[in-house]
Ligand binder design. Structure first.
Ligand code: ATP
Ligand code: MG
Length: 220
């Protein structure tokens, strides 16, 4: 089994993960006998390898056609909100990713905010995230509350399966641009939910998407 290693990963650990997958692929054993299942999405299953890492096993029925989360995640490494990708199989079926030890914004109840992040800082991170995605050729998409997690270290977007390719953001259709702005408005509202109450009032709303027009990758 071949891996594309994106960030350094202990070799013995990688070998043991490979062995677990090999047995599962042969039908000799199942992955959940080794790793706890954390969640299931429409595209696959996420397992806890240990405290630091998850294994995302994609269902190739979806992956082959629509889902390219390994490619997107690799190209967005280093941006705020982007978990570290350690390795993936070139077919995109298995990914080893930083484990986010927290809750999805779906799991966080509407009025329960244990995190109390600084909203201004999150907004700066959001700007860098959006600009970085566009510069690297990707339109953020599918940013619903099940795809965004908060943990003590901050906020992470965990699902890149439906990000869209965009080679020239300046020539993005107005339909695409509007739907992206809608997605970003949602994300901004989620950031508000995990921020300190004193930093939240309605005047904060939609500043990123309004200012988004000033991002250098788009025409002024
Ligand atoms: N890096 C991670 N650390 C911890 N939990 C994660 C991580 N990535 C995903 N999860 C958990 O797994 C769930 C499903 O992950 P993800 O959204 O990536 O899968 P998916 O199959 O693409 O989902 P869907 O298409 O249904 O949105 C998330 O909602 C989250 O609970
Ligand atoms: Mg998802």
């Amino acid at each position: 089994m071949k891996w594309k290693v994106v960030n350094p990963l202990n070799n013995e650990l990688l070998e043991s993960i490979t062995e677990v997958i090999r047995k599962a692929e042969l039908g000799l054993d199942s992955i959940d006998n080794y790793y706890d299942e954390l969640a299931q999405g429409t595209c696959g299953t996420v397992y806890a390898i240990n405290e630091e890492l998850v294994l995302k096993a994609n269902d190739l029925v979806y992956s082959l056609k629509d889902v390219n989360d390994h490619i997107v995640l690799e190209s967005l490494q280093g941006l705020p909100f982007v978990p570290t990708l350690y390795a993936y199989t070139p077919d995109g079926k298995y990914l080893i990713i930083q484990r986010i030890k927290g809750l999805t914004l779906w799991e966080l109840e509407l009025n329960n905010n244990p995190y109390q992040f600084n909203y201004e800082e999150l907004k700066q991170q959001l700007k860098k995230f959006v600009a970085g995605c566009l510069e690297r050729g990707w339109i953020p998409n599918d940013l619903h509350a099940g795809n965004v997690m908060a943990c003590p270290q901050g906020v992470y977007v965990v699902d890149y399966g439906y990000f869209r390719r965009c080679n020239n953001p300046a020539r993005m259709s107005s339909y695409r641009r509007m739907s992206m702005e809608c997605e970003l408005d949602n994300l901004e509202e989620m950031l508000e939910r995990v921020s300190k109450p004193s930093n939240c009032n309605s005047s904060h709303k939609k500043t990123v998407t309004v200012n988004f027009l000033t991002l250098s990758v788009l025409p002024q």
